[in-house]
Design a protein around this ligand. Structure first.
Ligand code: ATP
Ligand code: MG
Length: 375
């Protein structure tokens, strides 16, 4: 992602079109890009983004595409949210006034329709209400509703690590050391963020936790009754493009009947014929929702999530955040979404030059202690 951005930025374009530029970027890069776009770049910028903080720093106008209409708001994302709610309230109020007025007119018409003496009045009122343009209330945008089934309780020590280390073998026969000497215990119900710059080794650490790859030194042991679910950073790429959404979830839950699967998919906003769409025709966010459905539909008590918010829109992120906040199990996650981190985690593991540092506090605490950023 950083290479792709660097290529574009060095062209010094007059107009930049960016489609979710912050996906996969680490916080340092996001902050750098934020500053560059806000202070250095003097061309025009049109972008899509699901990163609230990023948008708030940069944009002066929001164009909302919803309910088959395009609406413009002059301000940043926070302004847009407030203004959208105000406009919706106003619309609801005028809709109610109009409904009351129409009801009165119709009552008049019904009462006097049979009387010759009022024929002209009835006629003109019928015409009047025919001409009135009806105020329509757009359906509330639907959001993902993740609901975890109560997971079986795991032992108090979910993961025990002792001198854990990982090196990747390289094609030229040498090795790339990623981290070493990691010891510690992941306790039940902790919510842990793994942070670090791009390439630091976050995904590697999560793969070791998830048993996707063997450690090269030390040991890792899962506690009793740990049911693990893993969302990889490239989870979407392992979906079979030719399969339908329904076939995809059916494959991971072969014992569930059609009703159960349809309910699950409904919670992830796929209903009716939509479940027969092929994976290859889905948007990025839709693919993420399919993967999350295959993961969260099962009774798991230890979630390992590698950038699960990539491609999800802001409302779906909010829902995922709320679901994870109330999740009774244990969570280890990588995310570059500062809003998400701030409101979820109670512990931060930082991977930096092969070392793993533990911050026994929330994300704000980590920012304070690590002195990485001015803000
Ligand atoms: N399968 C692999 N074989 C060889 N090297 C690898 C492999 N996977 C990762 N690496 C290397 O290990 C280092 C850590 O990669 P990793 O994917 O864990 O980083 P990350 O912190 O998740 O980065 P990002 O924020 O970009 O996702 C990188 O230098 C990467 O090039
Ligand atoms: Mg990664």
């Amino acid at each position: 992602m950083r290479i792709a951005l660097a290529k574009i930025l060095t062209l010094k374009p007059d107009v930049l079109l960016l489609d979710e530029p912050t996906n996969h970027l680490d916080v340092e890069s996001i902050v750098w890009l934020e500053e560059w776009l806000a202070d250095t770049f003097d061309g025009a910028l049109l972008m899509t983004s699901h990163d609230r903080d990023f948008m708030n720093r940069i944009v002066t106008r929001i164009v909302e595409v919803a309910n088959k209409t395009v609406t413009t708001y002059g301000g940043n994302y926070d302004f847009y949210e407030r203004e959208r709610d105000i406009r919706r309230e106003q619309l609801l109020a005028s809709h109610k006034r109009q409904q009351d007025m129409l009801a009165k007119e119709e009552e008049f018409i019904a009462r006097f329709a049979a009387r010759a003496s009022h024929a002209a009045q009835v006629q003109s009122r019928v015409k009047k209400i025919e001409k009135i343009e009806r105020i329509e209330i757009p359906a509330e945008e639907r959001v993902v509703r993740f609901t975890f089934s109560e997971p079986p309780r795991s032992g108090d020590d979910v993961v025990v690590m002792d001198g854990l280390g990982k090196e990747w073998p390289l094609p030229d026969g040498s090795v790339k050391p990623v981290f070493s000497g990691v010891s510690g215990i992941i306790k039940r119900q902790s919510k842990i963020a793994v942070v670090g710059v791009n390439g630091a080794g976050k995904s590697t650490f999560l793969k070791v936790l998830a048993g996707q790859t063997e450690p090269t030194s030390g040991t890792i042991n899962l506690g009793a009754n740990v049911e693990l679910g893993y969302f990889s950073q490239h989870a979407m790429e392992i979906l079979d493009p030719k399969k339908t959404i329904f076939e995809t979830v059916q494959e991971v839950m072969p014992l569930a009947n059609r009703g159960v699967l349809m309910n699950l998919l409904g919670a992830f906003l796929f209903s009716g014929d939509a479940v027969d769409k092929r994976i290859e025709n889905l948007s990025g966010g839709e693919k993420s929702r399919v993967v999350l459905a295959t993961l969260l539909g099962r009774p798991i008590n230890f979630l390992i999530l590698d950038e699960p918010t990539n491609h999800l829109d802001i409302r779906s992120r909010e829902m995922l955040l709320e679901a994870l906040q109330s999740f009774a199990g244990t969570v280890v996650l990588v995310s570059h979404d500062r809003h998400f981190l701030r409101h979820l985690v109670d512990r931060v593991l930082e991977v930096d030059h092969g070392e793993m540092r533990v911050y026994e506090g929330n994300y704000e605490y980590y920012l304070e202690k690590s002195h990485h950023f001015a803000h």
